[in-house]
Design a protein around this ligand. Sequence first.
Ligand code: 13P
Length: 280
Amino acid sequence: MTEKADATQENTGKQSRKPLVAGNWKMHGQKEQIQEVLAIRDALMAMPNRPKADVMICPPATLLMVMAELIDKSVIAFGGQDCHAFEKGPHTGDISAAMLKDAGASAVIVGHSERREDHGETDDLVQKKAMATHNAGLASIICVGETKGQRQYDLTLDVINRQLEGSVPPESTPQNTIIAYEPVWAIGTGLVPTLDDIATVHANIRETLEKRFPEHAAGMRILYGGSVKPGNAGQLMKVENVDGALVGGASLKADDFMKIINVYGSDKKTPPPDPKQSVK
Ligand code: 13P
């Protein structure tokens, strides 16, 4: 466990799964987008107490290092959106987990449905990428989720169990592994499953993890992603076994993202970090 992986998960017990609100910026954002992350940083620093949720932004790789140098990871952690399964080598255009760590990341999203679809990524490859992430000392955010057709044919839990089985490495722990349930049909569409459906899938994910990782499953965070917005986050984040959100579109605007973080409120016991220490 590294210092940075630690920063995203302070506790491991069932009662103490600290929520995580992570923004996946996807292929959005050039230099001017840095203003949004600074606005998020300023809003977090202005809170009288620290937010109850960990906060992470996964920007395009081109913005990662500059953001990570501007902002203390105890205020906002940073993540990559993908990595190669190897540490280095002749793979033009690819980025390794070690490089993302070097740039300031503490986690990497792997197996997002957009990568599974755009790049034909299989569960086996996703598992290799997750292992590469862990070997670099980073946490992986492993995405699973069914398509609309699979849901219509009542295959949701089968698909998700197969993805979990194939994509989650055997050495996974609460420190190095976060699962994100993202129904493909809910991504970017404004559609969300019913709260009951989300509860069913998240309970199934926890159960499946318990079978494979009896000692660790209770501490693993399971995020929900897919059209999480300020208007629905309050309800979605209350669902049992939902330990935070992986947010796409609504993470691109500081105001919207802060409204989602604020669903969790702030922790009276921990004052915010000293601004002089936190802002380089
Ligand atoms: P939206 O929040 O834009 O639906 O995207 C969700 C997502 O894919 C996050 O990884």
